[in-house]
Ligand binder design. Structure first.
Ligand SMILES: [Zn+2]
Length: 440
């Protein structure tokens, strides 16, 4: 769905890419969700979609059990493990697809970090839905047709590079898909392109941007002057600018508006629930829970799919005027570390570290060591300049952590450059035997 020139010029001065739908009164929005949900529900039973129909029937659910939007949360959620089993039993694509696989035009795969990767298929219509949501997301960031954007997304089978690039190009932006930093020579070639173009804006991740800047400076370039590149803040709060979940739902989960207080979800295209994984109940404003998504307008849709990510709602009306609710992305469910009955995520650690500029400038590089079996204190390894008094630093960090989270922490400090760097998403939680930590 590529916007025409006329459409673009109409929109150019609006804060919204699709003003009407993005500012639809809540009542009308939920009515629209209900109509669209019902359509997907009927497809499960009529097409039928064997996996979902079987799953619902096994849970004793019948077609008549979905009578209103609020009934949705009573129905069983779908896990990645179930999709994986379906693909194993009905190779290669499983029997949960809403459209025949031969209608698909693109394939992606999940990362496989929690088991065998599952496949994602897009029909042309599915791509249109994703791009439409992407256009809204980029528009919120002030990106407009005619601009030039350089991005360093990886283009692998499980990365969002293709999706991101098409979502940029369809909006009428000059996209410069530069790829993650490779060898020094490759980086130099990319820097030369950037120097000639001076892109209006960049989309780089924390470590990626740092690497490009380091090499640029080593070659005598001033990144701000010569490349129009300033290091994007890699403060952990930047994580809240968009919801970086699985590609099955990513574009629909939107981006933050200028209020920067959570990412506006495309609620006309997906029903998002935040669910307490232990009780199954829906979480309210500001309460952390699992991200569960029902995709509305796609051929290949997922019904109550638990993306194994942790999010929380900002349910306050947004001053920007957009009526679709906002979501904070907190991290991956598998990165939860439990200490003394509390469930912590890397962002909890990062937010404390960034209160200490002496270890978070230009970036805080850390890993949480997750012992098995669990210990009574949270073990954190963090890079620290050799000039610092680590005994005092550990005391101050521990005190601050106790004040914020009510738990004990144990710190180990390592020289700058020791914690592994990642081109895409950093691994912040490392599993270790408890005996290894107890010996420290
Ligand atoms: Zn807003």
């Amino acid at each position: 769905m590529i916007a025409s020139d006329t459409e673009r010029s109409h929109r150019r001065h609006s804060p919204f890419y699709e003003p009407k739908i993005q500012t639809l009164p809540r009542e009308q929005l939920t009515q629209l969700q209900w109509q669209r949900l019902l359509r997907q529900w009927q497809r499960i039973w009529d097409t039928p979609i064997p996996f979902f129909k079987r799953k619902l029937e096994r849970a004793g659910v019948t077609r008549g059990d979905l009578r209103s939007l609020s009934d949705l949360s009573l129905l069983p959620a779908t896990t990645k493990g179930e999709l994986r089993d379906s693909e194993a039993e009905h190779p290669p694509f499983g029997d949960y697809r809403g459209a025949p696989p031969e209608r698909a035009v693109r394939l992606g795969a999940s990362t496989g970090t929690s088991g065998r990767p599952t496949f994602i298929l897009w029909t042309p219509k599915d791509l249109e839905v994703d791009y439409r949501a992407s256009f809204r997301a980029r528009w919120r960031w002030g990106i407009r047709p005619g601009m030039c954007l350089a991005n360093a997304h990886p283009f692998g089978i499980n990365a969002g590079g293709w999706h991101f690039s098409h979502g940029i190009e369809g909006l009428g932006i000059l996209n410069v898909p530069s790829g993650p930093p490779g060898s020094e020579e490759e980086i130099r070639d990319v820097l030369e392109v950037w120097r000639r173009l001076r892109p209006d804006t960049y989309r780089l991740f924390g470590n990626v941007a740092t690497r490009f800047v380091e090499v640029a400076e080593a070659y005598g370039l001033d990144p701000a002057r010569d490349l129009n590149l300033t290091l994007p803040g890699d403060h952990p709060r930047e994580q809240y600018a968009m919801v970086s979940s699985g590609l099955e739902a990513l574009p629909l989960l939107g981006s933050a508006c200028e209020e920067r207080d959570g990412a506006h979800v495309a609620e006309d295209l997906a029903i998002v629930e935040v669910v307490n994984s232990e009780t199954g109940r829906l979480c309210g404003h500001n309460e952390r829970g699992n991200l569960v998504v029902t995709v509305l307008e796609k051929d290949n849709f997922l019904f109550r799919y638990d993306l194994e990510d942790i999010v929380r709602w900002n349910e306050r009306p947004c001053p920007c005027g957009e009526t679709h609710r906002r979501l904070f992305y907190e991290g991956r469910a598998r990165d939860i570390v439990k200490v003394e009955g509390k469930a912590l995520l890397p962002i909890d650690v990062a937010l404390v570290l960034y209160e200490f500029p002496e270890i978070s400038t230009p970036s805080a590089e850390y890993q949480i060591l997750r012992p098995s079996p669990p210990l009574q204190s949270l073990h954190i390894q963090v890079e620290c300049p050799s000039s610092l008094d680590t005994v005092t630093l550990a005391e101050r960090l521990s005190e601050r952590f106790r004040a914020c989270h009510g738990i004990d922490t144990t710190w180990s400090f390592v020289p700058r450059g020791v914690v592994p760097r990642f081109a895409y998403k950093a691994t912040r939680v490392v599993d270790v035997p408890a005996a290894q930590l107890a010996a420290k």
